[in-house]
Design a binder for this molecule. Sequence first.
Ligand SMILES: [Zn+2]
Length: 303
Amino acid sequence: MAKKISGKRVIQILGGIAVLGIIGAFFIQVPEIDPRDLLPSRAVYETVPPEFPDFSRPAVLVLNKANGFVHKDAIPAADEMLRKIAEQQGWDIFITDNAASHNTRDLSRFILVVWNNTSGDILTEVQRADFKAWIENGGGWLGMHNAGGDFYYEWDWYVESLIGTQFIGHTQREQFRDADVLVADSELKITDHIPPVWRIAREEWYAFKNSTRAKGHEILLVADESSYMEESEGRTGLSFKNGVFYMPFHMEGEHPLVWRHQLQKGRAFYSSIGHQAATYSLPEYQELITKAMQWVRSDMNSK
Ligand SMILES: [Zn+2]
């Protein structure tokens, strides 16, 4: 004789299946987004700077500090590229995760600072003030990919003045897509080695609240959205539906990917390209970053 299963037991079993289903759906459908990135970062701050050697040549400081998402493939790939560029240019290079390196005394040792896929809020109030003063008095900053890729920053100057706009999302489902990148101004020397339509394979494409052109920034590379997204895609705002996070990745009007600007006596260059380690091996990208580093440190007098 079959044993009778109580109604209560059936409800427990169905409930268990439903819970497993929801958990399973979450992990299966949303592998590309760490939901913690949607919240203010879990910040860890340093207050004791690293020991610096005495540099005999012009020196570059690279900061790899990640308080949010960690680009574990891109960060070492970018470091390798930066080491190679520094070697070619005859510069010393110092690579660190220690954000206490950003103090008035130590910043003065460097001709430029690179934020290599930094994430979350990484500087204390004092470090922010020192870094801002260093830039405004003639320092140079180069930000790569996640340096401008968080949904939220506690530091308005960083978003509004240094980068110039707020990240709103990146391609998802599929996260990595082939895209056509367009040279924005064929007259500029900094991009004259790049074909007018530059196809980059399998990258993650960022979108921002607006183009920084209205702020007087010089837009260098823009995305041809039609080359990598459907007409209706990426237009919804940040939302969470049926266990799936959605973020926008379409921009109205111009969709800049790389830009630069003067900031008082200083210079800033930001590239949103560079989730994938392979991108840092592209000769066109290496040359762009080389020229950007030269421009940021005021080596390039011409455009
Ligand atoms: Zn990324």
